[in-house]
Structures are given as structure tokens and as C-alpha cells.
Design a protein. Structure first.
Length: 678
């Protein structure tokens, strides 16, 4: 007897999305409409009805956090039956799993290393140096971003199509060719390679492709509006046989084109898959009706969208407050006063969030909060695995795991100091390049040939001897990976180096390493731990204690809070001038989607504000209210000018008159307002 309890709490549209398991389905899931509930219930439904075994379901997310949440929810429904969901994860983690199984087909060994951004930049810098490219004129970060863009389009170096207007691309393409070959030589991949190699293997090896097409009887994709070309192509390949693909997302929340996301994947889904069933989730469980009405009317100005109307059974709620301030500083004062005098009495500070378009906007709020003692956090600090001491530890482990990892070798060969200077490292690089060797083998050979200076030779020999010993500990003695790192830190002198420097910073570093050792215990072996580090996408945040949240609108996607402040709604800042100049109408629609995302993060209250002047890049600039302000429906808006302390100012200002929107025009009311402030 099948238990259908998991269907009881679903509304009619959600239930329709769960039970329609056969054929292509596009679920247009509005903000706060319970898309995760639909996805997890759909997986449970497939397994409960014995349509497929858990390992025959491919379920793809964008973050590890989302994957864990989905697995947890499915496990609650299915209990032990969910244990076989081995293909639930991020695009990159699933492709990494496939690639390790078929690494030879991509010219790699199965123990390849996945490079992080820092390692990629160092590799690009080395290539630029050897090719006499001035990294001051053409930064490694720019080169890397162009290479990543090409990989998102599915292009290996020989596939790149150069355009006359792209002057730098002609210089970058040869670097890309060397970079890609170097990755193969080092037995490494970058993030882009994981999907690119995977697609290439499936396209060129029909026997391998057939395995996955047959195995994946059902495919589910979360946040489909955020997919790029190569991700969509991969999905299309594995879905080709069964066509039981269900993509869930919201075209109105597509805000990551700068990462390569292509909204057309979502908009053209029914053209790629014939007989697509489109299901709209329009009942919102998060926000009041007034918030939804404002967001819906604003986004209706976009032309390229599937379309939906959000509704809720919650109260109408408060009107959205629209505030105008003289400058950015007074905007910060006004917002902080509202929090202190009113909101703090009714809401936890953890549930109050300020969302900005550009990160520089947080400065004035930080200064204000520090001055009046309001605790706050910036969401998006340095990731744990990006801290220097953690990267050093991982570099040691990577080199033990596979000694062809030149980037790991270069990071720790003289860390702590072993008298191995730049000239010795250059000598090793040159010898390695001439003889097609890794740096480990090149350094051994140079020692044999007595080509290294005595002091450096002693330090390098000791390091290589220890490296052999640690490899033996790991591969032959099978020493537990946590214990292995402790041995490495002690024998390398790294722990002693930190202990000898008696200051708070080094104490913190030692504490971080203790935290790393603790984190490693959660993994069965060194390989799974290193994979986790490479694929980690979520930012660990300190959520202890009551603190106001400050973050960009981009970073807020997927989150929700009781109260949302949206400052800086001014032309040039939001919508962002640079985006408009580069992509025109396409960028304007994405900026409007960003506004929609910002508003729909709120459950109960929304405050939108702009200022007449703003201090930006060392200058005061006169501001003009964002065109998005004009698009807000007046009946759901409560307008205010300045903060209460300026109510009796000599500069009397008729808000309603000057903020009048004249139909069919670019708002002369705003032009009168602009003249007034000048």
C-alpha cells in the first residue's frame, strides 16, 4: 500500500507538478511558491510508485546547500528508501563524478585535481610570464574570465570563434591553448572543465553516453533559469532517450547573465522539448499581498518572460514605503533610525536586511551602525577554504595525493622558509618546461645534476624526502587523512612557524587549522575531502547573535527576511549604468528582475529609498530617481521625503507635485525634481 501523505500539504498546482512524471515538464515557480517542496515530493513520488530506483534519478542543483536540503527533505518522506540518491548534487559535483569514471577519455587520470580560482590565476600568470605578456596591461583575472566564458559556450581552444572587435581575444586565445594543455599535463581541471570534458566525452563516446541516457530515467533540475549553454547542452544529451525531464525555475529571477546564465534556455524550453507541459506555481507562502502586487506590476514591464501572477492567502499587509533623502549619509541615518525606533521592537535583527546593488553602498551603513552600536554582518566575507593557512594545508595534501600538482608544489615548497628563492624556483620551472616534467621530478633531477645552490639544495632535498615519506604514509601505511595532515604540519615545520609568532593573527590561524582538522573528520578519505574543498560553493557565515544583514541583491537570491530595505534606487546605480551601456535593453530587463528578487525577499515590510546626492568614487554626484521607482504602482506605495528631523526644513518640497508621473512620457515630474536639486 503506497502512502501518499506527502501529497496532502500540496496545493493543486504543486500536486500537478509532482504527479505528472512522464515527458518534459516546465514548472514556472514564482518567488516563495514552494518549488523545493515540489522537487522533493516529485522525487518521493517517483520512488514510492516504483517508477525508478533512487540511483536512476538525476537531480541537479546549483549549490551544495540546496542539494543537502533536498536530500534531507526526501529522506524525511522516504526514510531509508532515500539512501540511494547518488545522483543528487550540483552540476559540477555530478560531472566530476562522471569525469572521474571516464577520465582517460579526456586525457586525464582519475585522481585529477580540481583547481580553485587562486591556482588558476597563478597558472595564467606563469604562462603570461613565459609568453612575455604584460599582466599589468592584460590582467590574469580578465584572461581567466574570457576563458571561462568560452568554456561556458562549450568551446575548447580550437572551437573559439574570434570577432574583429574583440582585440584582446586574439592575445588570449594562444594563452588558452597553453593553459588547457598545461591542465592536462598537470592532471588538473578547472570548474569549467568538469562540464566541458563531460559533454565532450558523451558526444564522442556513444557507448559511455548510452550508459547515462539509459540510467537516468527521470531528470529534475532546480533553478533552471540560471543554466548556461554548456549546462543546458549536457542536460539535453542525458535526457535524449527518456525525455522525462522536469525543469523548475522562475524566469523573473534570472539575474546571473554575468556568470554566463542564459534566460533563453528557460524561455525556449518548450521549443527544445515537444509536448512540454507548463505548470505555474503562483501561490506565494512568503509575502503579503501588497508586496506581491508591487513586485508583479514592476516585473510586468519586462517583455521577455513566460508570465505569471503571484497571489497569497496572507493579509494585504503594510504599504511599501518609498523614501527620498538628501544624500547617502542621511539615507543611512534614516534607515538606522527606523530600525532603532520602530522595527527593533517587533523583529529580530537577524530578520532585517539591507540589500544593495553595489557593494560600495554598505560603507555608509557600516559607519552609521558602528557609531550608534547596531550590530551587523556583511554576508559574503572570506570563505573558510580561501584563508591562507587553510590553502597551505590543502596544498600539502594535494601534493601528497598527486605529485604532478605543480601549483600546490609552488605554494608550499618554501612555506615555511627553506632557503628556496625565486631564482631556484625559476630554474625548476625552466627545466620542467624544457623536459616536459612536473616540478617535483624537475627538482629531483636538478639535485642529481648538482645544479642548485648548496643552501637551497639542502632545503629542497629535505622537503622532497619528507614528501616521499608522507606519500608512503598515505599510500602504503594507509594513515588516516586527519592524522596525515597533523604529521605533515609537524614534520614540515608549519605548526612551529605559527607557534613561534606570538600574535593574535597566528593564534587565529592555529584555531582555523584545528577547525580544518575537525572538518576533515566528516569525510571517509582524503580524496572525498579534497573533492569537497574544490566543489564548495556556499559561504560559511556566523549567524550567532542578533545582527542586521547587509548584502548585495545578487547574494540574497533564495533567502527570505521579515524586513527588507532597498536603498540607492537611482539612475546609474540601479539600473546600473555599466550594464545598460554594455547590453542595453537586455541588461535593463535583468536589472528589473533584480529589483523583483529584492522586493520578493520580504515577508512583511519593504522600504525602498533613493537620495538626491551620493558620494561616489571621491566625488559628490547629483542623483536622479531610478526609472523603476516610476514603475511602482501608487496605490500600494506610501511616499515620504527626508527623515522626520527635516520635516520643518526651510527647503520645503512638494513631494506629490514633483513626483507626479505623466502618462506616456519620460516623467517631466522627475526633470522638475532634478532641476530643483541643482
Amino acid at each position: 500500500m503506497i502512502n501518499f501523505d506527502y501529497l496532502k500539504d500540496l496545493n493543486s498546482a504543486q500536486k500537478e507538478a509532482v504527479v505528472n512524471t512522464e515527458g518534459p515538464v516546465l514548472v514556472v515557480a514564482g518567488a516563495g511558491s514552494g518549488k523545493t517542496k515540489v522537487l522533493t515530493s516529485r522525487i518521493a513520488h517517483i520512488i514510492k510508485n516504483k517508477k525508478a530506483f533512487p540511483n536512476q534519478i538525476l537531480s541537479v542543483t546549483f549549490t551544495n546547500k540546496a542539494a543537502k536540503e533536498m536530500h534531507f527533505r526526501v529522506s524525511k518522506i522516504l526514510k531509508s528508501e532515500a539512501t540511494g540518491l547518488s545522483w543528487l548534487g550540483t552540476f559540477h559535483s555530478i560531472c566530476a563524478k562522471i569525469l572521474r569514471r571516464h577520465a582517460k577519455a579526456a586525457g586525464l587520470n582519475s585522481n585529477f585535481t580540481i583547481l580553485d580560482t587562486d591556482d588558476q590565476i597563478r597558472l595564467i600568470k606563469n604562462i603570461c610570464k613565459s609568453e612575455n605578456i604584460d599582466s599589468k596591461k592584460l590582467s590574469p583575472k580578465l584572461i581567466l574570465s574570457i576563458i571561462d566564458k568560452w568554456k561556458n559556450k562549450g568551446w575548447f581552444p580550437n572551437d573559439v570563434i574570434l570577432k574583429k572587435k574583440d582585440i584582446f581575444d586574439k592575445i588570449i586565445l594562444p594563452v588558452y591553448k597553453i593553459y588547457q594543455q598545461k591542465l592536462i599535463d598537470l592532471n588538473c581541471c578547472d570548474f569549467g572543465d568538469l562540464i566541458l570534458h563531460c559533454v565532450n566525452i558523451l558526444e564522442k563516446n556513444e557507448d559511455i553516453c548510452e550508459i547515462y541516457k539509459k540510467n537516468f530515467k527521470y531528470i529534475l533540475v532546480d533553478e533552471y533559469q540560471d543554466t548556461n549553454f554548456i549546462q543546458s547542452k549536457w542536460l539535453n544529451i542525458v535526457a535524449k532517450s527518456n525525455k522525462n525531464i522536469c525543469c523548475v525555475g522562475d524566469d523573473d529571477q534570472s539575474i546571473y547573465s554575468w556568470r554566463g546564465a542564459e534566460i533563453k534556455n528557460f524561455l525556449e524550453f518548450d521549443q527544445i522539448y515537444e509536448n512540454t507541459k507548463v505548470i505555474r506555481l503562483e501561490e506565494n507562502y512568503r509575502s503579503t499581498q501588497n508586496i506581491l502586487s508591487v513586485a508583479s506590476e514592476l516585473i510586468s514591464n519586462n517583455k521577455k518572460r513566460v508570465g505569471k501572477t503571484l497571489r497569497t492567502n496572507l493579509d494585504e499587509g503594510d504599504l511599501i514605503k518609498l523614501n527620498c533623502y538628501r544624500n547617502g549619509k542621511e539615507e543611512a541615518i534614516g534607515l538606522s533610525d527606523e530600525i532603532e525606533k520602530s522595527l527593533r521592537k517587533h523583529f529580530s535583527l537577524n530578520n532585517i536586511t539591507i540589500l544593495v546593488r553595489a557593494i560600495f553602498q554598505t560603507r555608509e551603513f557600516e559607519e552609521r551602525f558602528l557609531k550608534i552600536g547596531l550590530p551587523y554582518r556583511i554576508i559574503g566575507g572570506t570563505k573558510f577554504y580561501e584563508r591562507a593557512e587553510i590553502k597551505d594545508c590543502i596544498a600539502y595534501l594535494r601534493l601528497v595525493y598527486q605529485e604532478k600538482d605543480d601549483l600546490a608544489f609552488e605554494r608550499i615548497v618554501n612555506n615555511p622558509k627553506r632557503s628556496i628563492g625565486e631564482s631556484t624556483i625559476k630554474l625548476m620551472h625552466d627545466y620542467a618546461k624544457r623536459n616536459s616534467l612536473s616540478l617535483v621530478f624537475a627538482s629531483k633531477k636538478l639535485i642529481e645534476l648538482n645544479k642548485i645552490k648548496p643552501k637551497a639544495k639542502i632545503g629542497l632535498s629535505n622537503f622532497l624526502n619528507f614528501l616521499n615519506k608522507w606519500k608512503n604514509d598515505y599510500k602504503i601505511k594507509n594513515i588516516y587523512h586527519v592524522k596525515l595532515l597533523q604529521i605533515i604540519l609537524d614534520e614540515s615545520g608549519y605548526s612551529l612557524m605559527l607557534k613561534n609568532k606570538k600574535d593574535l593573527e597566528n593564534e587565529n590561524r592555529l584555531e582555523n587549522i584545528k577547525e580544518l582538522l575537525s572538518a576533515m573528520k566528516e569525510f571517509d578519505n582524503l580524496e572525498s575531502f579534497l573533492e569537497h574543498v574544490s566543489l564548495a560553493t556556499s559561504i560559511d557565515q556566523d549567524w550567532d547573535g542578533q545582527k542586521i544583514n547587509l548584502m548585495t541583491m545578487h547574494a540574497s537570491k533564495g533567502l527570505e527576511f521579515d524586513v527588507i530595505f532597498l536603498p540607492g534606487w537611482e539612475e546609474g546605480l540601479f539600473p546600473h549604468q555599466k550594464s545598460l551601456e554594455e547590453k542595453g535593453e537586455k541588461a535593463l530587463e535583468e536589472e528589473r528582475r533584480l529589483a523583483y528578487v529584492g522586493i520578493t525577499r520580504a515577508k512583511k515590510k519593504v522600504y525602498i529609498s533613493f537620495s538626491m546626492n551620493r558620494f561616489y568614487q571621491g566625488d559628490w554626484i547629483d542623483s536622479m530617481a531610478s526609472r523603476f521607482v516610476e514603475e511602482l504602482p501608487e496605490k500600494y506605495i506610501e511616499k515620504n521625503i527626508f527623515s522626520d528631523e527635516y520635516e520643518n526644513s526651510e527647503e520645503d518640497f512638494d513631494f506629490n507635485q514633483d513626483f507626479e508621473i505623466e502618462e506616456g512620457t519620460r516623467s517631466p515630474g522627475w526633470l522638475r525634481y532634478q532641476k530643483r536639486i541643482k
